[in-house]
Design a protein around this ligand. Sequence first.
Ligand code: MN
Length: 195
Amino acid sequence: MFKLIDLPYAQDALEPVISANTLSFHHGKHLQGYVDNLNRLIQGTEYENKPLEEIVKASTGAIFNNAGQILNHNLYFEQFQAPKPAEENLPQGKLAQQIEKQWGSFQAFKTEFETKGATLFGSGWVWLSAQPDGTLVITQEPGANNPITKGLKPILTFDVWEHAYYLDYQNRRPAHLQALWTILNWKVLNDRYNP
Ligand code: MN
């Protein structure tokens, strides 16, 4: 049985970038729904008692969609709450060095990431992931897909499903994406890159 993850911060900790209202629906209703669906769907199947990542890599259809959305949202929610003021909240460690090496600057990296998030058609996720040799790559993943299905290690993600921003930003997806940088926890992200 999978369980809804606890948020590692208070419901209003990400305001005003993500309101407590959005968080309560996104975590308490959407993610809870995916958890309930998956637990029901895997009963009596080969996926019962398998780790989430294995289900995402091996399954298709409704099981894949619900498992993928649980994995995506767990990584999404756990990457937030900046320990520093917005203007000082910058990449750190080996992840910062690799971003600098590949993009030349954090600003150039942000621009590509935001553009890929803003131009993803319909529902999905924009991801920063690592290839096995440590090279970083930004990908657009439709629906419930997660970069682990492509052999990549997922590090950072912005959810561009409308439920992630519509209550706070309505149709202004780019404004929402731009604001998310200020609430990232770069220690969590660097630990994913360089465990
Ligand atoms: Mn979502």
